[in-house]
Design a protein around this ligand. Structure first.
Ligand code: WT7
Length: 568
């Protein structure tokens, strides 16, 4: 099945022409640094528009259950300048790690931009993280300052974080305390102008933690140069145009929420909608109709939940403002694409990328036929290929490693304090190995097949089995644990844990629930296993590694394959 082009949405010609005539260098001329040689992505995203006479244009439309606020580009510039001054006064300088642990609120965005403006490295934390997840990230990055609120501060083990010197509270502190600051008071003391820290293109700007199949989460470092890709993919994939009102539903604790919830829309000068609070179908449709959203970027899990909420609900809202819909994070089922055509009368455009890639690499463009189930074609200037395990390119329809020719503008530049992990991605000279498997068809469309490693994708959130297993074995009843992703119609995958109990503990439903809550309260709700199965023994290699592959085969009723490395 092919879904034809609906409307030629931007003034670019077709994909083939775009790809053939593309040069990243041309994009650079948009930005100030093409004249000065120095750069700052927050300046280009916000201040540049003010200097170009668009200061009164709306930049942020914020709402949640209690607040409704709007900010122009000039106001965003001033607020972020003030926050930059706050940080400078405290003594933060270029290269320092400053983390934000806040719900999606305007303060998050002022802080984020302020951090970037003074050349520090911004570390956004997902609001749902619990103690261990927060500590691991602040500890590994040696964060020196944190912006948070009193409620979330309870999850920060400050006594275990010797590097963390400054805590800025949006609603506190209640009494004077060394190293603690009140956000608003500090802002009020600060000028609305700021000497921006001019950076080299390759200077670090952002750290996002993400999971692999082994070890703790790794700190992926992105640099200011990423703006070239944020800007151009915003233009050609999100199809952002003058006058657009854009809504990216992702939280800024994840990379989609920064690359496409902050940078791409603002670099392109559109109005950015941020909706706080939790997902509900009514609330989401209302957000679209009330704000007259024109471009909507979301995720398969959300579309599947909206689909489950029914067609009738859609007809209750005026969604006619919507021109362009996109999806990322996990496979987008053809069924969802067909449903979108029916109820929204719009194509849902799938695209593919990862935390490490910093920006969209493969996409369905407005100007392209969609083949439901395919991620689309490489972005102009991006060369994608399918490689075998020796690094040879495979012909169409053969499944293999999805790889990208290095470099590209928004590629990660390092893994924080872990050069070995970084090198693992580049084991074939000249290629980045994504860890995903895919094939390409004869028309050059890419089709996602799965992960090579054991990384779990649950509701679009990437979870490392090792992190969950490590938490599980901290529970007094758990001797050993193996964690896998189990296919699920709504969430893509759910987390399933196989557990061997310590002597003296008996399997029971109460114990399952207790263990589940233990992970939920230690790591995060999305990392807690939805299913637990007790086993007398877990399959292990002779060197003692849990064989997740065997657990998976058990679960799916598939053959277990080669067991020669398994202990007796
Ligand atoms: C992994 C990356 C990109 C921002 C959100 C996720 C999976 C991503 C797709 C897609 C099938 C997809 C891959 C990838 N993934 N997009 N369109 N179709 N799978 O970023 O948390 O770093 O996860 O998500 O497996 O490697 P992330």
């Amino acid at each position: 099945m092919r879904i034809p082009v609906q409307t030629k949405q931007n003034n670019l010609s077709n994909y083939e022409e775009m790809a053939a005539n593309f040069d990243w260098k041309e994009v650079e001329s948009v930005f100030t640094w093409s004249k000065t040689g120095k750069v700052n992505e927050a300046y280009e995203a916000i201040d540049r528009h003010v200097h170009e006479g668009k200061g009164d244009q709306l930049a942020l439309l914020y709402s949640d259950a209690n607040r409704e606020e709007r900010y122009t580009y000039r106001q965003m510039m001033e607020k972020s300048n003030q926050f930059g001054s706050v940080l400078r006064r405290i003594g933060i300088t270029k290269g320092d790690r400053v983390f934000i642990f806040l719900p999606r609120t305007p303060e998050f965005y002022f802080s984020f931009l302020g951090i970037v403006k003074i050349g520090a490295i911004a570390g956004p934390l997902f609001e749902a993280f619990m103690e261990d997840a927060v500590r691991d990230r602040l500890d590994n990055s040696e964060a020196i300052a944190l912006v948070t609120n009193k409620e979330l501060l309870k999850r920060v083990q400050t006594d275990q974080l010797p590097h963390l010197k400054h805590i800025i509270l949006v609603d506190g502190p209640d009494e004077e305390r060394e190293g603690y600051y009140n956000f608003q008071e500090e802002m009020d003391k600060s000028p609305t102008t700021l000497d921006i820290e001019w950076m080299d293109r390759e200077d670090p700007m952002l750290i996002h933690y993400t999971s692999g199949s082994t070890g703790k989460p790794k700190g992926v470092i992105h640099v200011h140069n990423a703006m070239i890709q944020h800007y151009q993919t915003g233009k050609w994939v999100l199809d952002l145009q003058e006058g657009d009102t854009y809504w990216c539903t992702a939280d800024p604790g994840w990379v989609t929420g920064t690359s496409y919830g902050i940078f791409a829309p603002w670099l392109n000068g559109v109005t950015n909608v941020v909706r706080g609070g939790r997902f509900s179908p009514d609330d989401w449709y209302q957000t679209i109709s009330k704000n007259k959203v024109t471009v909507w970027y979301s995720a398969p899990t959300s579309f599947r939940m909206l689909m489950a909420a029914g067609d009738e609900l859609v007809s209750k809202y005026d969604l006619s403002s919507v021109r362009h819909i996109l999806s990322v994070g996990e496979p987008l089922n053809p069924e969802v694409v067909r449903w979108g055509l029916k109820v929204y009368q719009k194509r849902i455009h799938d695209n593919w990328w990862m935390t490490e890639t910093g920006g969209i690499l493969i996409a369905n463009y407005p100007q392209m036929e969609i083949k439901p189930g395919s991620m689309g074609k490489p972005f102009p200037g991006i060369q994608a290929a399918i490689l075998d395990d020796e690094g040879n390119e495979l012909p169409p329809y053969q499944m293999g490693n999805l790889a990208i020719k290095t470099p590209w503008p928004s590629m990660m530049r390092s893994i924080w304090k872990n050069p070995e992990k970084y090198r693992e991605y580049f084991s074939f000279t000249g290629w980045y190995i994504s860890g995903d498997t895919a094939y390409r068809d004869e028309d050059g469309y890419f089709w996602f097949q799965g992960r090579i490693d054991d990384v779990i994708n649950t509701s679009g959130e990437r979870v490392g089995p090792f992190e969950v297993e490590s938490k599980l074995v901290e529970h007094p009843a758990v001797a050993e644990a193996g964690v896998i992703g189990k296919p699920d119609p709504v969430r893509g995958q759910i987390i399933k844990a196989f557990i061997a109990l310590r002597d003296g503990y008996k399997p029971s439903d109460e114990l399952k629930e207790e263990i589940r809550l233990f992970v939920r309260h230690g790591l995060a709700a999305h990392a807690a296993p939805r299913e637990i199965e007790f086993k007398d023994k877990l399959p292990k290699t002779r060197s003692g590694k849990i064989m997740r592959r065997v657990l998976k085969a058990w679960e799916l009723g598939l053959p277990t394959g080669d067991l020669s490395t398994m202990e007796d």
